[in-house]
Design a protein around this ligand. Structure first.
Ligand code: T3D
Length: 263
C-alpha cells in the first residue's frame, strides 16, 4: 500500500487521481487537499494530459470533510470551518472547474458532504450502481458547501436541491442518474472500463473547445439570451482562430481522424 493520500496514474492521455484514505472513506484532510490540488495543478500544466479522472480507493468515493481533522474543533481549539472552506474547498472546486481538460468523477461508492459536491462539480459523473450521494451537512448543523448551493439547484432544480440538502437522505446512483444529477450509472463491474472509454473519447477531442464549452455553459446561466448569444459568438471567434478548428474541419473533409493539440 502506498502512503500517498492521492494515487496518481496515467493511461495514455488520461490521468487518474485516486483519493487514498479508504479507512476513513477517503474523507478530506488538509494534507489530502494539498496533495490533490498540487496534482491537479501539475496535470493542468502538462500538455500530455488530455482528460482527468477522480475516484476513490476502497468502498467509498469520499465522505467529505474528515471530522477529526484540524479545524474541526476536536482537539479543544475552536472550530474554524469557514477557514477550512476558504483554504481548501473553494480552491479545489475552482481548480476542477477551471481545468484546461475535461474532468470525470468516477464515483465508486458513497459520496457524502463535500465529497458529493466535489464530484458534482466535475464535468461528467459516472457512478457505480452501488454508489450513492448524500448531502450530509444538515445532519451536523452545516449548509452544503464544496459548491453544492450553486450546483444542486442547477442540476436537479430547487425543489430537489432543497429536499436533498434538508433531509440529508441517501440518494442511490440510479436515482441520481434518473433525475439528471449525474451523467451515467453503470454496473459496478463495468465502472472502470466505462469511465476509461469515456475519458479516452474526450481526450481525443479538442481540450480547448471542451474547456471552453464548460465555461460558456456556466457563464450563460447568468446571462440573458441576447448576452448568451454574444458570448457564444465571441468564444466561437476565439476557437475558430485556433489550430483545432482548422484541423477538425480538414479531418472531416479528408475523412480521417482529427489530431487535436490546442490546450
Ligand atoms: O470544515 C468543514 O467541516 C467544512 C467542510 C465541510 C464539508 C463536509 O463535507 S461536511 C460533511 C462531512 N461528512 C459527513 O458528515 C459524513 C460522515 N460520514 C457518514 O455519514 C458515513 O460514514 C457515510 C454515510 C458516508 C457512510 O456510512 P457507512 O456506514 O458506509 O460507513 P461508516 O462506518 O460510517 O464509515 C467507515 C469509516 O469511515 C468509519 O471509521 P471506523 O469506525 O471504521 O474507524 C467512519 O468513522 C469513517 N468516516 C466516515 N466518514 C468520515 C469518517 N471519518 C471522519 N470523517 C468523516 N467524514
Amino acid at each position: 500500500m502506498s502512503d500517498s493520500l492521492v494515487l496518481v496514474s496515467n493511461q495514455g492521455p488520461v490521468r487518474t487521481f485516486t483519493l487514498n484514505r479508504p479507512q476513513a472513506l477517503n474523507s478530506f484532510t488538509a494534507a489530502l487537499h494539498r496533495e490533490l490540488l498540487a496534482g491537479l495543478d501539475a496535470a493542468a500544466a502538462d500538455a500530455s494530459v488530455r482528460c482527468v479522472v477522480i475516484t476513490g480507493a476502497g468502498r467509498g468515493f469520499c465522505a467529505g470533510q474528515d471530522l477529526n481533522d484540524e479545524g474541526m474543533g476536536q482537539d479543544g481549539t475552536p472550530a474554524d470551518v469557514e477557514g477550512v472552506v476558504e483554504r481548501h474547498y473553494k480552491p479545489l472546486a475552482l481548480r476542477i472547474r477551471s481545468m484546461p481538460v475535461p474532468v470525470i468523477a468516477m464515483v465508486n461508492g458513497v459520496a457524502a458532504g463535500a465529497g458529493a459536491n466535489i464530484a458534482l462539480g466535475c464535468d461528467l459523473v459516472v457512478a457505480a450502481k452501488s454508489a450513492s450521494f448524500i448531502q450530509a451537512f444538515s445532519k451536523i448543523g452545516l449548509v452544503p458547501d464544496g459548491g453544492g448551493t450553486w450546483l444542486l439547484p442547477r442540476l436537479v432544480g430547487r425543489a430537489r436541491a432543497i429536499g436533498l440538502a434538508m433531509t440529508g437522505d441517501k440518494l442511490p446512483a440510479e436515482q441520481a442518474a434518473a433525475m439528471g444529477m449525474i451523467w451515467q450509472c453503470v454496473d459496478d463491474a463495468v465502472l472502470l472500463e466505462t469511465t476509461m472509454a469515456l475519458a479516452n473519447r474526450l481526450a481525443a477531442l479538442s481540450a480547448k473547445a471542451l474547456a471552453a464549452t464548460r465555461r460558456v455553459i456556466d457563464e450563460a446561466g447568468g446571462l440573458d439570451f441576447d448576452a448568451a448569444l454574444s458570448l457564444e459568438a465571441r468564444v466561437q471567434g476565439d476557437m475558430s482562430r485556433g489550430h483545432d478548428f482548422a484541423e477538425g474541419v480538414a479531418a472531416f473533409l479528408q475523412k480521417r481522424p482529427a489530431v487535436f493539440t490546442d490546450r
